[in-house]
Design a protein around this ligand. Structure first.
Ligand code: ADP
Ligand code: MG
Length: 227
């Protein structure tokens, strides 16, 4: 058994563009250990979103292999990948896609309902998740009444509610100022340390990288540095 929760081997992702081919990723090999915060950093266009979408089984590479918990997801059917995503993965995006007509609490409760949790379990788990992200006092507000940083913490509460093993966050701090962004990353770090969650996030902000356990730097679709 390998210890990595995610591992890629020679992953390349091309997009046809007219008569040319854009190599969004070239021969990427990375390893993500469980219970760590990994940051994928790089300038705009360096391949971060393409890579995190592949790790989260939202897309397939042109060539190469990706393993999740020892199983090769690049060999799985669409249905198997759907199930893996639903059960083992959580997602947080740059623009916060909360349902504006529902309170923060209802957003998380709804996600638990979709995940098949019983009514009696939903309340306890939702409250627990708001405690994890430090928003217990604000959880009955609607998203529009919360700051950007608070909304992103609600999105994190929703992403972790169904107890995924890995949370993927694509530029979760891009729309926040640096101070608020750091607070959001610290919420992730805390979940990693206290709950043993595995977090993979992308950023182009160099000030975030000190908090990470592992940092991969991308340039033109290639990993150029690993710390
Ligand atoms: N669906 C697509 N079709 C064509 N080109 C794409 C597509 N997605 C990404 N690319 C290209 O791949 C490169 C990497 O993009 P992306 O992964 O979005 O970078 P980042 O998230 O680091 O800004 C860019 O040159 C981008 O234009
Ligand atoms: Mg991107």
């Amino acid at each position: 058994m390998e210890s990595a929760i995610i591992r890629t081997e020679g992953v390349t992702r091309c997009f046809p563009s007219g008569r040319e081919t854009i190599y969004a990723l070239k021969d990427v090999g990375i390893t993500i250990e469980p219970g760590t915060l990994t940051i994928l950093r790089g300038r705009s266009g360096s391949g971060k979103t393409t890579l995190i979408n592949l790790l989260g089984a939202l897309d397939r590479p042109t060539s190469g292999k990706i393993y999740f918990n020892g199983n090769e997801i690049t060999r799985m059917s669409e249905a198997q990948r759907d199930e893996l995503r639903r059960k083992e993965m959580g997602f947080v995006f740059q623009s916060i896609a909360l349902i504006s007509m529902m309170s923060a609490y209802e957003n998380v409760e709804f996600a638990l309902r979709v995940a098949g949790y019983k009514a009696s379990e939903r309340r306890q788990r939702a409250e627990e998740c708001f405690a994890f992200v430090g928003l217990t006092k604000r959880m009955h507000h609607r998203p529009g009444e919360l700051s950007g940083g608070e909304q992103q913490r609600v999105a994190i509460a929703r992403a972790i509610a169904h107890r995924p093993r890995v949370v993927f966050a694509d530029e979760p701090t891009a729309e926040l100022d640096t101070h608020t962004g750091l607070q959001v990353v610290k919420v992730f770090k805390n979940l990693v340390e206290k709950e043993g969650l595995t977090v993979v996030m992308t950023t182009h902000d160099p000030s975030m990288v000190e908090i990470a356990d592992r940092v991969y730097t991308l340039e033109d679709g290639e990993i150029v540095d690993e710390q």
